[in-house]
Design a protein around this ligand. Structure first.
Ligand SMILES: Cc1ncc(COP(=O)(O)O)c(C=O)c1O
Length: 374
């Protein structure tokens, strides 16, 4: 059997990884400034994370959601404390798309309505409703196009007011910093206004924090830079540092009932300890502060490079905008300088998403290498 050929692959075969260093099958080391699409939050194979998972595997790896699992309760408590979101309840699933799928479904259950407002260049995943609210025709099959979705320009309050005022919108979904799109952000004024208008029009505000959450932007959640309170927050990626886990935080004003949501694998024992380990390391190593400080250091160094037109993003969720397309530059960085970086829908943006415990020395290596290939 062959693999279903949907990914254009770089010719690199990682076999081990530690911290920010990934080693391939030939022994070549790479510095990872991308974390496999913003997933590696506390560094590859962090010793505390490895120990937590191994210890749990020796006890029990999985049982379904038909029995008690105190690890889920422990996780919800710790996550509430660290994120300052104690007024929310937690539902666990397995990926970012699934988190958004459940968030959108909850918005529709809660309001009894079905149209969703999303934003230009947003990315929310590849499952049925999540892909329908993603601004990319090419990844929407005819099946997905049946959903009622209106995609509006980001930061255009006029068009938002008109659409939300029609009264049939169940949910509004927005990223605090657009990841795949290319690091554009809603302004504080816009985010606050859509929060207010959503409430007034009985629509659920969904903060997609799949990429910007878990400390990546320097705050626990990206929306916390804007002083708003979403109704639902979706999480995944950095949450598990590579273990497949996702979830939604649902404001306690939205009530649960048996059977409303469900999953076989979501919230299993290993997923819970992987997430607990991430939270423990974020707290112990003060990584939100490190993301803020190192993000500022990175931005300062980037601003010294004449070819960089603009530095976008916050914390360690960053993009370097050039006036040329970056595909060739990424190839040179990986094959000549042994550095992993990311691309975006905006082909002029080089995405930078390292582990949150990166150091200044790593960043200096990155810029010396970048200068060589520019
Ligand atoms: C903001 C955002 N939401 C959702 C997703 C989908 O997550 P997953 O690939 O885990 O389904 C992504 C993935 O890139 C994302 O960046």
């Amino acid at each position: 059997m062959n693999l279903f050929d949907v990914y254009p692959l770089y010719n690199v075969t990682p076999v081990s990884a530690r911290g920010i260093v990934v080693t391939d099958d030939k022994g070549q080391e790479y510095l990872d400034f991308y974390g496999g699409h913003a997933v590696i939050s506390i560094g590859h194979s962090h010793p505390h994370y490895v120990k937590r998972l191994k210890d749990q595997l020796d006890k029990i790896g999985f049982y379904s959601n038909a029995v008690q699992n105190p690890l889920q309760v422990e996780l919800a408590t710790k996550l509430g404390q660290l994120s300052h979101c104690e007024d929310y309840n937690l539902f666990l699933c397995n990926s970012g798309a699934e988190a958004n799928e459940n968030a959108l479904k909850m918005a529709s259950f809660h309001t009894g309505k079905s149209r969703v407002i999303a934003f230009k260049n947003g990315f929310h995943g590849r499952t049925s409703a999540a892909v329908a609210v993603t601004d990319n025709e090419k990844i929407n099959a005819p099946l997905n196009k049946q959903q009622k979705v209106t995609i509006l320009p980001l930061n255009d309050i006029k068009s938002f007011k008109i659409e939300i005022g029609k009264g049939d919108v169940c949910g509004v979904i927005i990223e605090a910093i657009q990841g795949v799109g290319g690091l554009d952000e809603p302004s504080t004024q816009f985010y606050q206004k859509i929060a207010q208008l959503s409430k007034q029009n009985n629509a659920v505000l969904i903060a997609d924090e799949v990429q910007s959450g878990f400390g990546r932007s320097g705050a626990f959640f990206g929306f916390q830079h804007h002083n708003i309170e979403p109704d639902i927050i979706s999480i995944a990626k950095g949450m598990g540092n590579g273990f497949p886990v996702g979830g939604i935080l649902i404001h306690e004003s939205i009530k649960a009932s048996y059977g409303l949501l469900g999953t076989t694998f979501g919230g299993n024992h290993l997923a819970c300890v992987a997430t607990m380990a991430v939270l423990e390391v974020l707290e112990k190593e003060n990584l939100l502060e490190n993301a803020t400080q190192l993000g500022l250091y990175f931005s300062k160094k980037a601003a010294e490079i004449p070819q960089v037109k603009r530095v976008k993003g916050r914390g360690l969720m960053l993009g370097l905008e050039f006036d040329f397309e970056v595909a060739e530059l990424r190839k040179k960085l990986i094959y000549e300088q042994y550095l992993f970086t990311g691309g975006a829908k905006d082909k002029h943006v080089l995405r930078i998403l390292p582990a949150l415990n990166i150091t200044k020395e790593h960043i200096d290596i990155f810029f010396n290498a970048l200068k060589k290939v520019l």
